[in-house]
Design a protein around this ligand. Structure first.
Ligand SMILES: [Zn+2]
Length: 99
């Protein structure tokens, strides 16, 4: 734990870290300020860096030149989401409301 963690809380929109006493993290607050409208809660299923395997899946399911490659990328992403939903289904109603 760092000294920053001592003051950390959870952003109501993205569940990312924010300072204690703040409902939104800096990024979400900045977006609200730009859009001038409230944000819907989101959940991060995965993270990626440009060029890594997950990034290639996100690019590939839309932009791969071969249909079979697009299908394989879409299937891999679908599996990733299904795994995440299975692992997190218990907490989803509390965060997003009933199905
Ligand atoms: Zn946030």
């Amino acid at each position: 734990m760092t000294s920053f963690d001592h003051h950390a809380a959870v952003c109501r929109v993205c569940e990312g870290p924010t300072r204690s006493g703040f409902a939104l993290c800096f990024c979400c607050k900045t977006i609200v300020g730009s859009l001038l409208m409230p944000l819907a809660p989101v959940a991060s299923v995965t993270s990626y860096r440009v060029g890594d395997s997950v990034h290639r899946l996100f690019r590939g399911y839309k932009n791969a030149p071969v249909a079979e490659s697009r299908r394989l990328c879409a299937t891999a992403l679908s599996s990733l989401v299904e795994t995440w939903l299975t692992a997190h289904h218990d907490r989803l109603p509390a965060r997003f409301g009933p199905p």
